[in-house]
Design a protein around this ligand. Structure first.
Ligand code: AVJ
Length: 331
């Protein structure tokens, strides 16, 4: 663990120890399974992160703007519901626009705000923290560059200030039910009675609306999905031909989730130099690259309860497309 102060930002790095596997090992493993799959966290290299920002602005991708609207309307009520002099802890610091709404709301009630963003990418974390610091005079930032799991036990724990943990953007949707319960339970174990957790979650709705959001007309989501193949080509010396795969993201009702897929357009083999291995694809065979779970109010509440939390208050947009829940420890 390394601590330093850069341009006013206290940066704590929890290095190495990344339990996360490298691209080459997940590709070797994922493409050898009967149902081929790759983990979605590899979407976010520089190009992928830029494409995701474009996705957030697409007319079909309602998630980001709907959640932002909910926060715009209710940030003050949310901060109020937590109590006085709140410290903000955010999982994933890529939500700076939404973070600002909560920081602004906090400053309406308190003199000073401590903000603690957690992200694996220390460069990105530092850049966005310095940016934020320059905008707010009475803000202090402790940025933690670490896996969420590694960050939780070392979080500052002011004994007079409740902490508001933020897990926004429907990022929880990437988890299976079991993973979601485990993650929320892990946060729950670090929470005391006054602390709160704010989660943004996407709701089940007409499948045409869901599928449009993940199969946009401009093809940005397709490019985002195929960027995984580009990464594998560049980083592992592979020979994926992008035009030989089709992006398709159906809503799979049985699991109540969107599944991002890369479908092989014909029989083909692809050689990956770094693995010295060839992978075979049947026509129509697909690589499953991401899950994005959609909840009902009941299925979401059930996950929270299983993790030891209850919903104190909940906000929806007027179409009930997206939810933001404020959670506290049960009992
Ligand atoms: C960042 C995980 C919330 O699941 O909607 C967007 C990622 N994938 N379009 C989502 C994503 C395809 C997004 N999350």
């Amino acid at each position: 663990m390394r601590q330093q102060t850069i341009s006013g930002v206290r940066l704590i790095e929890v290095p190495g120890n990344y339990k996360e596997k490298s691209l080459s090992s997940v590709v070797a493993e994922g493409l050898s399974k009967r149902q081929k799959s790759l983990p979605c966290r590899f979407f976010y290299d520089e190009v992928g992160s830029e494409l995701f920002e474009q996705i957030c602005k697409l007319p079909e991708y309602y998630l980001t703007r709907t959640e932002r609207k909910i926060l715009e309307l209710n940030a003050c009520e949310i901060i109020e519901a937590v109590g006085h002099d709140v410290t903000l802890v955010e999982f994933g610091s890529g939500n700076s626009a939404k973070t600002r709404l909560l920081v602004d709301a906090a400053f309406k009630r308190q003199n000073h705000v401590h903000y603690i963003p957690i992200d694996i990418s220390s460069d990105f974390l530092l850049a966005s923290s310095i940016n934020l610091l320059s905008e707010y005079e009475r803000l202090s930032i402790t940025a933690i560059a670490a896996e969420y799991n590694d960050a939780l036990p070392i979080l500052p724990h002011p004994d007079d200030e409740p902490r508001l943990f933020l897990f926004l953007g429907s990022n929880i949707g990437n988890f299976s039910r079991l993973e979601a319960v485990a993650f929320v339970a892990q946060i729950c174990r670090q929470m005391n009675r006054e602390d709160r957790l704010l989660i943004g979650f996407d709701l089940v709705k007409d499948r045409n609306l869901l599928e449009a959001a993940y199969n946009d007309a401009a093809g940005i989501t397709a490019a985002f999905n195929k960027n995984l193949l580009t990464r594998i080509n560049h980083e592992l010396g592979a020979e994926f031909i992008l035009d030989s795969f089709t992006h398709w993201a159906p809503f799979v009702e049985e699991h109540s989730r969107i599944e991002m897929r890369l479908i092989s357009r014909h029989r083909q083999t692809v050689y990956i130099d770094a693995l010295e291995q060839t992978f075979h694809f049947e026509s129509e065979e697909y690589i499953h690259t991401e899950n994005s779970h959609k909840y009902t109010l009941e299925t979401f509440a059930e996950i929270c309860h299983a993790a030891g939390l209850e919903i104190q208050q909940r906000w929806l947009d007027e179409r009930a497309w997206f939810g933001v829940a404020l959670l506290k420890k049960i009992g």
